[in-house]
Every structure is written in C-alpha cells, then in structure tokens.
Design a protein around this ligand. Sequence first.
Ligand code: MLT
Length: 408
Amino acid sequence: MIRANENYQKLQASYLFSDIAQRVALFQKNNPDAQIIRLGIGDVTQALAPAVIAAFHKGVDEMAEDATFKGYGPEQGYGFLREKIAVHDYQARGADISADEIFVSDGAKCDTANFQELFARDIKIAIPDPVYPVYVDTNVMAGRTGVFKDGRYRNVVYMDCLKENSFLPQIPKEPVDLIYLCFPNNPTGTCATKSELAAWVDYARQNKALILFDAAYEAFIRDETLPRSIYEIEGAAKVAVEFRSFSKTAGFTGTRCGFTVVPKDCSVFSDKGEPISLHGLWHRRQSTKFNGVSYPVQKAAEAVYSPEGRTQIKELVASYLDNADIICRTVEDLGFGYAGGKNSPYIWVDGQGRDSWEFFDLLLNRASVVCTPGGGFGRCGNPYIRISAFNSRNNVNLAMERIKEALK
Ligand code: MLT
C-alpha cells in the first residue's frame, strides 16, 4: 500500500493564490460580462524591456546553429550572468559577494521553498505573520510543524507584524534557529532600515542561527538610505542566505529566472557542533535536483544589467511605483489606513474591522476588482487586504474609480 506523506494532510485545502483564482473564475462564470481587474497576485503585466527581448532572441538564434548551440549549462548558472549580478547587485553597493556564491535558478519561489531541505527536522523556525505562504507551507510539508489550530501551525514561532510595531517582525523571546525575513515585505510592503537588519544579523551570529532573506522586491526601494541586500550589513555573509528574482524587477514572471546567494562563509552545524559549509550543501542539492535555467533566458537576464537594460528596467519599476502612488492616494481619500506602497508594489490596506475575505468578496462583487485577502497570509493579516500595483495605468485608474464607487 502506497501511503501518503501525512504532513500534507496538515496543509490548508489549497495554496492561497490557487484558492483566489478559483473564486475569481467562479465569479467570471456567474458574471460573464464583468470586466475583472486583477490587483491580486503580484503578476507583472508589461512586456519585457527591449534590451532584454533582443538578448533573448539572440540566445534563441544561437541555439539554432551547431556552432553556437548549448546543451547542459554550468550547474550554478552561466558565469556571464553570475559575474554581472555580483558586480551590479552587490559589489557596487559595498557588499562583498562573488560570482561563485551565486546560484542561478528559475525563481525565488522554488528556492525559498527548497532551501529548508538542508536543515534538520527538529530546528525551530521563526516566521512573520502575515507572510508569503510558501515559507510556512514548505515547512509543513517537511514535517517541521505540528497541526493547524486557531489559524496557526503548532511548533512554529510566529512573529506578529501589526500596526503597533509598524508591521516589522520583532526578535523572538524564545531561541530560534531559522528566521525568514522579507524586505520590502510581501505582503505588507514595509521595509527594514540598516540598523533593524543589523539587529537580526547580531542575533543570528550570537545564536548560531540562520536568516533566509527574501529580497525579491528590492528594485522597488526608492529611499536610498534603505538596504537592498542583507549583505550591506556587516557580518551578514556569515549568517544569511539571500533570494532574488527577476520576476518583479524585470518582468520575468512568465520567463522564469532568479538567483540565490549562499556565501562561502555561511555554516550550519553537525550534531556535534562542527561547522558544515552551507554553500557545499546547496550545491549538492541543486546539482542533484536541478538542471539549470535555459541559455536564452540567462542571456535575457544578463541584458537587465546592460546600460540600456538598466535604464529600461528602471522605467518599468517606476511605472509600477506610480501606480502604487495612485492606489495610496485613493485609499487615503477613502479614509483607510495603509502601509507599503512607497518602496514596494504592495499596499496593505486596513479594512477597519472588516473580515479580509469579506472585503475581498465586496470588492470583487461590487467593483469586479481582485485584491488579496490579508487573512490568507496569516492570522495577523486580518482585517487587511493587499492591493498590488502590477497592472496597466488605465486598469489601476479604472479599478480605483470603481472602488470609490463601491465604497461610497
Ligand atoms: C504574490 O502575489 O505574493 C507573488 O506574486 C507570489 C509569488 O511571487 O509567487
């Protein structure tokens, strides 16, 4: 008898964004004429930048000739891309990260999901609430949590992110081994300052803990005083892994490319307390389970760092941030409190006591606008909704008009 992984029985029925997609599909079926505007899942809508598309085409053409054709690529990703990442994303900002510490992948979702495989089952994990559900669900699948009760899994240290603490996770009182952080935050859109991140790095160093730092939204940081990478903090390379994505930065949600930085100085520990290279473990894991990102996609990602690519990507990000400004102004005019939207494509709107799924239904039914109910990100996500700025200007303007009308 083939028995199922019992841990999957602990999971909520479906993944948050699948659940929302089903509800929206049902609404569309029942209201075939409704012109739905999607400000729910953070999916980009604008075309890839011209410099990126040109490099993508060139990469495909190279695959068409025996002389330039590529089979399996280097395990960690092509050197041409890893070098550009190291120079532009890290060294240019004073972070001492080298190309051989970078692992190119098909996106931050898979890497943040898979990374926990490297750790013992009985470690203590600390997770913000609200949170990107992938961090929690993958630890549930791995058997690292207890059952789900009263909106939370047992054996997880939740870090409440509330209005009272400016939606910033606080260092837990009990000892923890693995800490998930995400800045600019998904879903709240808040950012951490250098000194706030430095406190986490100190904690991890003192407690032999590890930080998994999700920086998928770093390109949206406008405030130059804010850190874009955890490696801008001294000592972080000893205790932090960083995940990045080209999805939101450069519109790669459908193209798939991201990377994970695992510094060579970073260790985990054996049962006897001896250090083990985390870089070595991740390399072993990836070379066994992953065969890399296609050559044309890596060429397309490399073009993000060309002079034209950088200018075009900046414009792309700026236009989504302008959408975020429009959304912020609207929710403000309507009298709602909110966080995010300044250095982030997400606006975390306080529903003033409304249940977040009810608020979601209200906007869908009265305005045909899709948002994400905060409760889907955790217990502290109620009564908030998350509005995403990823859409065309016309759609964002129209959605805001409809929301104003619906809430009159
Ligand atoms: C989100 O909406 O939170 C993201 O798009 C999900 C993801 O990047 O996987």
